[in-house]
Design a protein around this ligand. Structure first.
Ligand code: PPE
Length: 314
């Protein structure tokens, strides 16, 4: 059960947690008309810092644009300020932030271009997504019998509620069969992504991940790992990944805001490499962690410090 915080941001004002309610005829409840983000704020030695706030807010606006939902009263800068203010007002150190915009109450029926767009941001404490041991030991996953969104059905680059019905099918099947997570293939049978994570494979020291054309969310953790890894001299290739590469890879791992960098130790009960966390995965985890704990200079301006006046890097 989620632990309530004090305030939720709604259309520009802070309201009490318990008052963030919607009508049962809210368009989004019936038709999935909602766009959202998931962002982590880390408790760094220099105070709470939101990870890649700018990129998350940009993707939020991009998702809205795809669904013609971008007639906001807000600019991206306003949401960046709201994220910081929310962490401050709730006295949070580390937390997960969830901006959401949806078509609200008004017309009923599929087309509801005149319904108001309601924007909220909530935050709460969220621990390890795939269990406390996952980051070190890795998780057991399956290839899902469900296919990821075909590109001409639901656009995977938009982070919208409707896409997560497909994610739920993938996740429920995996968990009910005793796995932690499922990896879905795309409509052509190539590796796509997890229900809520991007996927990477390592073979002979080279790191592979499916390109955006394979129905994947343009993950911000995915992008961060590629940049940090390239700086370490690791070779990254975005290329179409056949399913069987999952079975013969030396290492496989997930990336995501919630999952961070989570090693995968088996796929369909076939051990990945030696069946534990591999060296490349570990190296990337350490580099990622170093940024989040301010041990390594924040050379890309990825941290938005909640309490400092010039908090949002350009
Ligand atoms: N693919 C999907 C389908 C996805 O939902 C996520 C994030 C990613 C890839 C990774 O993207 P990024 O967070 O930008 O690195 N999934 C979010 C939702 C988790 C949830 O259960 O809700 C998340 O990690 O916050």
């Amino acid at each position: 059960m989620i632990k309530a915080t004090d305030k939720i941001w709604h259309n520009g004002t802070m309201i009490p947690w318990d008052e963030a309610r919607v009508h049962v005829l809210t368009h989004a409840l019936h038709y999935g008309t909602s766009v959202f983000e998931g962002i982590r704020c880390y408790d760094t030695p220099e105070g709470p810092a939101i990870f890649r706030a700018r990129e998350h807010v940009r993707r939020f606006f991009d998702s809205c644009k795809v669904y013609r939902m971008n007639e906001f009263a807000f600019e991206q800068e306003d949401l960046l300020d709201a994220l910081r203010e929310l962490v401050r007002i709730n006295n949070m150190a580390a937390c997960y932030l969830r901006p959401i915009a949806f078509r609200g109450y008004g017309e009923v029926g599929v087309l509801a271009l005149k319904n108001p767009i309601e924007t909220y941001i909530a935050c709460w404490e969220w621990g390890k997504y795939l269990g406390p041991e996952a980051i070190e030991k890795g998780v057991d996953v399956c290839v899902s019998s469900w296919t990821r969104l075909a590109p001409n059905t639901l656009p995977a680059m938009a982070k919208v509620a409707a896409n997560y019905m497909n994610s739920q099918l993938i996740k429920m099947e995996a968990v009910l069969n005793g796995y932690s997570e499922g990896i879905a293939l795309d409509a052509s049978g190539y590796v796509s992504e997890g229900s809520g994570e991007n996927v990477f494979l390592v073979r002979d020291g080279k790191v592979y991940t499916p390109p955006l054309g394979n129905s994947v969310l343009p993950g911000i953790t995915r992008d961060s790992v590629i940049q940090l890894g390239r700086d370490l001299g690791i070779q990254f290739v975005e290329q179409v990944v056949p399913r069987e590469l999952l079975y013969i890879a030396d290492e496989v791992f997930f990336t995501g805001t919630a999952a961070e960098i989570t090693p995968i130790r088996s796929v369909d009960k076939i051990p990945v490499g030696n069946g534990g966390r591999g060296p490349v995965t570990h190296q990337l985890q350490k580099e990622f962690e170093a940024i989040l704990t301010c041990q390594t200079p924040d050379r890309y301006g990825w941290l938005t410090f909640v309490n400092s006046p010039k908090a949002v890097p350009a």
